[in-house]
Structure formats: structure tokens, C-alpha cells
Design a protein around this ligand. Sequence first.
Ligand code: ATP
Length: 432
Amino acid sequence: MDLMDKIISLCKRRGFVYPGSEIYGGLANTWDYGPLGVELKNNIKKQWWKNFVQKRAEIYGLDGGILLNPRIWEASGHVQGFIDILVECLKCHKRYRLDHLKGAKKCPECGGSLSEPRRFVPMFKTFIGPVEDTASVAFLRPETAQAIFVNFKNIIDSFHPRLPFGIAQTGKAFRNEITLGNFIFRSLEFEQMEIEYFIREENWESHFEEWKKTMEDWVIDLGVKKENLSWRRHADDELSHYSKRTEDLEFNFPFGVRELYGLAYRTDFDLKNHAKFSGQELSYQDPETKETYIPHVIEPSMGVERTFLAVLLDAYEEESGEKGIRTVLKLNPKIAPFKVAVFPLVANKEELVAKAREIYETLMVEFPVAFDDRGNIGKRYFSQDEIGTPWCVTVDYQTLEDNTVTVRDRDTTKQERVAVDKLLERFLNYLK
Ligand code: ATP
């Protein structure tokens, strides 16, 4: 089994990711996140928010709508410019995005001839109200960015920020993708974590370079290996309609080196167009010089699911030892679904179970904790290693005498004796 198959199987078996609508035969390229997956996803988003909003005085948070006034997608250029070029194999009818074929003239699957290219707007269309006519058309947002631009004036009026400043948002985006697959790498709905960082035009290159470093540092801190990351600059003919420079932070996925995140210099394209289409003034006035202008913008855009996949791939290890192969997810404890697992040494000794439950209930107030009393201790350790739980606490006979437990570390497998009343403080310290 290759690494991707191992990760997909672990995700399904242990409750990270399930195929969407599974009991109905599925809905291709949709995924549901199980109890451990939702913890991991939430932890990624929480770390992102802490790092980019809570710890940065000049970045403001926002939670804009998924449905926006359809004129917004005209102003943003999505209706005219957010186009995928689709070709279809005339033999096996598989569809491809032209830019993914890299010049191939035949179907990579069956060698069949390809159709003429067709233009395709990958936004999901829906209707507001009971009448499905052109006046009621609405789109599910294909990026979170536009809600940020349309709230630019609100943030200026409420907070009077000075340049440079940013507006950050996390949330669902939807794209009617032509080519899909590779597990959660490319799905129809996904979550983005985006910032629009407003700057003076003349400073764009230095901000761009700074953001490259910031994005890279963030994802490395989360647990992605530096050697699996690289930057790729978009060629001029590849640039999106709004961008003057775009670079992708790519990750070495098992199916190839692919985009993990994007960083785009969107110039003043969006604010200028929204000002034109809405008839509203969307400029910024320098409080000292009183100079008034439309700021330019740098956009770091990061996908939650691609982060999820990259951290799992880089955390996955198999180690052979006396007790067989140990599969371990060496996740950064900050994002691990469970921080601690608590076990009674044996399940049929009432005092041990009661003590273990008491510790479990004390710790669970602060962070997610697992409880396991099945099988032997070795199996329980292996089971927690596989889902990345950093520490396991075992209540044994000595606990009943001196109120200490063993704490076993996931990465070193070393065990230590720790006083029960010091446990919480110790774990909270580790998690800092
Ligand atoms: P690609 O070239 O892979 O289609 P993109 O350049 O269209 O990606 P962006 O528009 O830059 O992607 O979106 C920003 C981020 O959102 C991406 O870097 C990625 O992390 C995430 N993303 C985009 N499309 C998807 C998708 N269909 N499924 C999961 N994540 C996605």
C-alpha cells in the first residue's frame, strides 16, 4: 500500500474522514469529517486564527456570508474571468482541465482523442426565492476574499486602521471542479483561511516577500516538513485575471508536487471594481498627510483540507520494534485530536476504573481526552499512537497507594511516574 492509501484507510477506520453520503453510494469528491477529523480541522483553524488574528494587532477578523449579491461576482471578474477550460475524451468521456494536461493531445487514461476545449465557469449557481429566473440567480462563493472587499469600508469606519492592515476570514468555498480526486486534496466544497492585506502600492514587493516567509513558518510550525515545501511562481499566461504576481507554496504530495497555498498580489483590482460597480467610495485616507487613495492588496490564501492532508502525511511513521510495527502520527500536540488518553491498568478492578474516570473527567474540562479500558495496555498505546495522541496516562495499583500515575510519551515511548495533582498543569504547560 502506498502512503496515500495508508492515510485514506487510517482516516476512514479511525474516524477522521468518511466518504460523503456513503450509504447512498457516495457523492463523488465530497467528504465528511468524523469525530477525530473535526477536532484536527478545528485545531488547524484555531491555530491559524490565533497566529494571524489574535496575535496581530493590525489584522481584523470577519465572518462574511457564503451567499453574496450576484453583482459582486461581476465586479470581481469571476463571472467573466474565473473560467476553466474543459476538454473531454471522446472515447472514455473522462474530463480534464486543459491546464492540467500540460500539452498532451490524447487522453492520458485511454489514449482517445480529445474534444475541442470548452469554457466553463466553476461557480455553483443557485436561486434565491421561489422563481428560478435570471433575476434570482445567486452563486455559492468560490473564495472567501470577496466578502472581505465588500466590508472594507465597514472596517475602516468602525476601527480606523492605518496601513498596512489586514482583514482575515475562514470559511467554506465551493467550486464545481472538473478534475477531482486525490482524496481531500481537491473537493467540491472546502474551507479557506484567507487574508487581504492592504498596503501602499510602492511597498508590494517587500510585503510579498514577508508573507512568503510568514506562510512558510506557520505551516512548518504546524508540523509540515520544510524539505517538502517549495515556491513556484506563476508564468504570465497562468496568472488569474486579478493578479500581477502569484506564487504557490507547493507541497510534495505522494501524487506529485502540488499547490498547498497561494499568495497573490491582487493590486487594487478588487477595491477599484467594487467602487465602480457599487458606486461607493472605497478609498483610504492617510490620517497624517490626508492623501486619499485605493490601497493595493496582498492575499495569502490557505486551504484547510490541504493543510490537513499535508500534516497527516508528514506526521505518519511506521516503526518496527519488538512488539511489531507501530504506526504513529507524530502530530504537533497543539493540533492532535486528543491531547491525552487515560487508561485503568485492568478493566475489572473497580477502584482503578473509578480513579481513571476521575482523572479523565478532570482533564476533559480543559482539552479533548480519550478513555480506553479495552484489551491490554500495549494495544491501547498502539491505538492512541495511530491517531496521534501525545500522552497516555495509566492508573495502576501503585496509584491507589501514592496517587501517582505513569505518563507515556508518544514519540519517545518513555514512561514517567507523575503525581496526579500535577497532571493538568504539566499537560497545559506542554501545550503552550
Ligand atoms: P488549483 O490550481 O489546485 O486548482 P487554485 O490555484 O485554484 O488551486 P486558489 O484559488 O489559489 O487555488 O485557492 C486558494 C487555496 O484554496 C488553495 O491554495 C488550496 O489550499 C485551496 N483550494 C482551492 N481549491 C480547492 C479545492 N477544490 N479543494 C480543496 N482545496 C482547495
